[in-house]
Design a binder for this molecule. Structure first.
Ligand SMILES: *Cc1c(COP(=O)(O)O)cnc(C)c1O
Length: 490
């Protein structure tokens, strides 16, 4: 058949629209009142968009004809076109921003959205965004209130600080702190702390943006009290400490203890600013993970050691929404609150709702570990993980023949991630999946385009699912994704 004959065999847009109406069995779609929305299986599409998409699919078919990929008119009848058209419509009309199943074992995966909210926090968000609220309204006086009032007391009681403020993220927190105290002046930082955090957030560059000059002291691996003292001059505005979140110096290395830095700062009437990065309110030692307690200092401890202003993230180890939390001495926090930048960096009501609900869980430490997903996943025990991996392996083996798919359970390591706990791996159990004739890399790629995308990792040339980041009800989704990925091969 010539291409022209094939073009003529293509159904028209109207014929396909009618076929879609029959396919979805919607009574309103043939005769009767026509709704502006078209219900197609579980999708609801505006009619105008549906028409455009059908046209776009027909263009794809014409391209395929020109490329010689369609050679028979049988493939172009309504029945021949429908399956491909339905796939196309589903593919083009689903939201771009959507859920993925995280089988990487990286708990705070920045690319996959960092922390998942606790149920309590998610509910608070839904409530806050679907109704009016007392966001900036004082219900006692009936007058204007402060949006920070909802979390300030909680933050103070949890960290021991005198005052608190929250902005959009921790990068913003660092920016506004430096802008408030160090603009046009110098901040003294140890050379070993000038870190770059993923996504090219560099402490020196943020300092520059805030109009603050960086005064580096010490060597990469060592700083002494005299280094700070010698660098102080009439233009010094603050001493700063940055928690080196995502790397670790091993070997010959020393930093000045925070309480000594505080003595130096106080003697020179300078504020001591600490960027903790992740920050943690959880006592990992009490939760049976003392190594983690060493890596990530608790905010309470930093405040108690005399930091004047401390900044940390809401969605790293804290396990809440994206936010930059600033706690410290009242005289300093008050100055930050008055900075006009605060208006530009302010958090929205959904963040506030999620943050308040998350912080409330911390008032009962055991509850925090049970209810906040990030903490629960970090603290998951090896027995629990082994059992979960065995369950997933059983589910997979019952769906595939051994000849098709080889499923094995092996020990492995999860990464906490999010620039916290540098290089800290925690033991986990992995389920390795091998499919004859498909490389691990291909399989990993296919899993990204299944109905429910799943991100897995590769170890020893095998596709591995780390069950640490899979919830029980996600095991089924993981199996379904693999079934679909395998079907794509045939
Ligand atoms: C992660 C991090 C930041 C940035 O925090 P965001 O919440 O991602 O904006 C700043 N400083 C340090 C030390 C960090 O680890």
């Amino acid at each position: 058949m010539t291409a022209n004959q094939l073009f003529r065999a293509l159904p028209s847009v109207d014929v396909l629209l009618k076929a879609l109406a029959r396919h979805s069995g919607n009574p309103d779609q043939e005769g009767g009142e026509i709704s502006p929305l078209f219900q197609l299986e579980d999708l609801v599409l505006p009619r105008a968009l549906l028409r455009d998409l059908v046209n776009a699919y027909l263009d794809e078919c014409r391209k395929a004809i020109r490329a010689g990929k369609i050679q028979s008119a049988d493939e172009l009848g309504v029945d021949g076109v429908m399956p491909g058209l339905l796939r196309f419509l589903r593919d083009k009309s689903r939201p771009h921003f959507r859920r993925v199943v995280n089988a990487t074992g990286v708990v705070i995966h920045t690319n996959l959205g960092r922390s998942r909210l606790a149920e309590e926090a998610a509910q608070a968000v839904a409530e806050a965004c679907s109704h009016y609220s007392n966001l900036e309204f004082n219900l006692e006086t009936g007058e204007r209130g402060s949006r920070y009032s909802h979390v300030e007391e909680l933050l103070c009681s949890l960290t021991g600080a005198e005052a608190a403020l929250v902005v959009n993220n921790n990068a913003a927190a660092v920016l506004i702190v430096l802008d408030t105290f160090c603009k046009g002046r110098e901040a003294i930082v140890s050379r070993g702390e000038l870190v770059e955090i993923g996504g090219s957030f560099r402490i020196p560059e943020v300092m520059e943006k805030s109009g603050c000059t960086l005064r580096e002291v010490g060597a990469t691996n060592r700083a002494h009290p005299r280094d700070y003292i010698n660098a102080i001059n009439e233009n010094t505005a603050a001493l700063m400490r940055v928690h080196t979140s995502n790397y670790r110096v091993i070997g010959f290395h020393s930093e000045v203890p925070l309480n000594e830095m505080q003595e130096i700062a106080r003697a020179h009437k300078l504020p001591l600013l600490v960027d903790l990065g992740s920050g943690s309110l959880c006592d990992f030692a009490a939760a049976g993970l003392p190594v983690l307690a060493q890596d990530e200092p608790r905010v309470q401890k930093i405040v108690a050691d005399g930091a004047d202003v401390v900044t940390f993230s809401g969605d790293k180890v804290l396990g809440g929404p994206q936010a930059g939390i600033i706690v410290g001495r009242r005289e300093y926090i008050d100055q930050i609150k008055k900075n006009p930048l605060n208006r530009a960096l302010r958090i929205d009501k959904m963040t506030l709702a999620a943050l308040e609900a998350t912080l409330r869980l911390y008032t009962e430490p055991e509850l925090a570990i049970k209810r906040i997903p990030t903490l629960r996943l970090i603290c998951a025990g090896q027995d629990e993980l082994r059992k979960k991996a065995q369950k997933l392996a059983r589910m997979l083996r019952s769906r595939f023949s051994a000849a098709q798919v080889n499923v094995s359970v092996r020990e492995g390591m999860s990464l906490i991630g999010g620039g916290s706990f540098p290089e800290r791996h925690i033991p986990t159990t992995l389920v390795a999946v091998e499919i004859a004739g498909v490389s691990a890399k291909d399989l990993r790629e296919r899993l990204l385009s299944t109905t429910q995308p799943m991100v897995a990792r590769i170890e020893d040339d095998k596709l591995c699912l780390d069950v640490r980041t899979l919830e029980d009800d996600e095991l089924r989704l993981a199996v379904d994704a693999l079934v679909e990925a395998l079907a794509a091969q045939i």
